[in-house]
Design a binder for this molecule. Structure first.
Ligand code: ADP
Length: 196
């Protein structure tokens, strides 16, 4: 198996690059943001609970997203690997993910971290809000709250994987194709090294 975390602040291009990466490497895409939005659309109890946090730009409680990821891992036993997008977003989520993967005799191979300046992030998210239909993209205060949550709770998740020397930084500005090629170069290197 080959398991990858695509990491970076809101608006750094994780969703766009994930689509291209899963097609090329045949990975199962697990985006907690997408999973949560499906729960909201289906009006489940989990979705209703999550919506209150998402509408404010806050993170959803750890137990909610960890439960969702646990279910998704159990449902997808026959895959080449997972691409985690928007998860883990806290230190607790990172520890739980390691445990869940360990129980399945696998682990995270690499975290690829997209770096984008704050001005560019805000510009991109406001632009996305014009067409995405996402209420958390249309209000600048909520966008700023999401970026603040990233700095407060999420950025340090990289330290967790850095301890195992599993983090590689990628410049997240430039054309979609340029960024994709840079990601693929790192992935190909790691796959060769890890023999997967
Ligand atoms: P973005 O990263 O562009 O903000 P996402 O779709 O990844 O978009 O996340 C949207 C929202 O969903 C977040 O602001 C947060 O409220 C919630 N969310 C997504 N993933 C997680 C997670 N792993 N832990 C907690 N909350 C999450």
């Amino acid at each position: 198996m080959f398991n990858l975390i695509l990491f970076g602040p809101p608006g750094s291009g994780k969703g766009t690059q994930s689509e291209k990466l899963i097609a090329k490497y045949h990975l199962k895409h697990l985006s907690t943001g997408d999973l949560l939005r499906s729960e909201i659309a289906a009006k489940t109890a989990l979705g209703l609970e999550a919506k209150q946090f998402m509408d404010k730009g806050s993170l959803v409680p750890d137990h909610v997203v960890i439960g969702m990821i646990n279910d998704a891992l159990d449902k997808n036993t026959d895959v080449a690997g997972f691409l985690f997008d928007g998860f883990p977003r806290t230190a607790v989520q990172a520890e739980e993910l390691d445990k869940l993967l360990n129980e399945k005799n696998t682990c995270i191979d690499i975290m690829l971290a997209l770096e984008v300046s704050e001005d560019e992030l805000i510009k991109r998210l406001i632009k996305r809000g014009e067409t995405s239909g996402r209420s958390d993209d249309t209000n600048e205060q909520i966008i700023i709250a999401r970026i603040a949550e990233y700095h407060k709770k999420t950025a340090s998740v990289a330290d967790h994987y850095q301890k195992e020397k599993k983090v590689m930084m990628i410049k997240g500005e430039g054309s979609v194709e340029e960024i994709f090629n840079a990601l693929c170069e790192k992935i190909d290197f790691i796959r060769k090294q890890n023999n997967c």
